[in-house]
Write a protein that binds this ligand. Structure first.
Ligand code: DC
Length: 236
């Protein structure tokens, strides 16, 4: 991968699942020599800890269990090999599976879970900037809550159908049996939960650039991000 420039500062990438956020965020970070933080993976690891503890993720007991697991979580911010670890165990595959995907919205809606992770995220972001000069951070509330002063905020969208089709293709690639109808129902359920929760619901920050990716390829989105970063003076 050729480095096309050097990113200075923070790019906040928000939006619902299936918009291509992870793919373009990682590529942007790789191409600009920056760090990369997947905050969704952090919520997924805490959800896994809740499931492994045998606690119902939708119950009130899930909140203290998830918060208590925060020190056991570690995030690797290298965009060529990003990783989410629980007690130093690489749980990347497990956190993408159906059990965690089904439960993560309930756990991430809990205020003290968000508080604990936002604090962690701000520290990881500061470390990424100190080490590499820049970082691309993806999630749901990055531009609105985690780093509201980020010099570039992008909110990716796409229609439900396109997002479900992309998710299903990802599942198939990961060896899981794909079912577009089921994935579409899950996309709708998670959108509803993520956008209606009380703490930091999913929405575009006022000053975010909204990019509809329905008819854009990954290369198209990446080119637009590189253009925007140059325009803002954070890619040299
Ligand atoms: O991006 P993802 O699908 O891996 O995210 C998993 C879940 O975590 C998603 O349902 C919403 C939640 N999430 C969040 O609430 N805030 C973030 N910054 C990132 C993810």
């Amino acid at each position: 991968m050729t480095v096309t420039g050097r990113l200075r500062g923070i790019v906040a990438m928000d939006g619902p699942s299936g918009t291509g956020k992870s793919t373009v965020s990682r590529r942007l970070a790789r191409e600009s020599g920056a760090a990369y933080l997947d905050t969704g993976a952090m919520y997924r690891v805490l959800t896994l800890a809740v499931l492994r503890a045998g606690v119902d993720p939708a119950s009130d007991d899930a909140e203290p269990v998830a918060v208590a697991a925060t020190p056991r979580l570690r995030s690797v911010t290298d965009p060529s090999a990003p990783a989410a670890l629980l007690d130093d165990e690489d749980v990347e595959k497990e956190i993408r599976g159906p059990e965690v995907t089904q439960a993560v919205s309930a756990v991430s809606a809990r205020p003290s879970v968000r508080e604990a992770l936002v604090e962690r995220q701000r520290k990881l972001i500061a470390d990424g900037v100190a080490e590499k000069g820049g970082i691309v951070v993806e999630g749901r509330d990055i531009g609105s809550v985690v780093v509201p002063d980020a010099p570039l905020k992008v909110y990716l969208t796409a229609s439900e159908e396109i997002r479900a089709a992309r998710r299903e293709a990802q599942d198939r690639k990961a060896g899981r049996i794909g079912d577009v109808e089921k994935v579409l129902a899950d996309v709708r359920r998670r959108d509803r939960l993520d956008s209606t929760r009380k703490t930091s619901p999913l929405h575009a920050a006022k000053d975010a650039l909204v990019l509809d990716t329905d008819h854009l390829s990954v290369d198209d989105v990446l080119a637009e991000l590189l253009r925007l970063a140059r325009e803002r003076g954070i890619l040299t």
